[in-house]
Write a protein that binds this ligand. Sequence first.
Ligand code: SF4
Ligand code: SF4
Length: 69
Amino acid sequence: MYEVYIDHDSCIGCGECKEACPEEVLDLTDYYPIVVDEEGCAGCGNCVEVCRQDAIFVNKVKEPLEAIV
Ligand code: SF4
Ligand code: SF4
C-alpha cells in the first residue's frame, strides 16, 4: 500500500503528475492535484519522476493486518 503526499507550497499545478499516473490516482483542482483513489497507487514513481518542483512524494506504508479468526 502506498501513500501519496503533495506539497501544496511547492506545487505549481502543472498537472504532469496526473497525466503520468497509469492508475488514475490523481485529479487536478484549480490549484493543485488531489488524491482521488487512496488505495489505487501502485508505487510506480512516475508522478515523482515528472514533477519538476519535487512536490509529490510516494511512501510505502504497512498493510493493515488481517484479523485472525
Ligand atoms: S507534477 Fe508536481 S508541480 Fe506539477 S501538479 Fe504535480 S505535484 Fe504539482
Ligand atoms: S506512484 Fe504511480 S500509481 Fe502512484 S500516484 Fe504516482 S504515478 Fe500514480
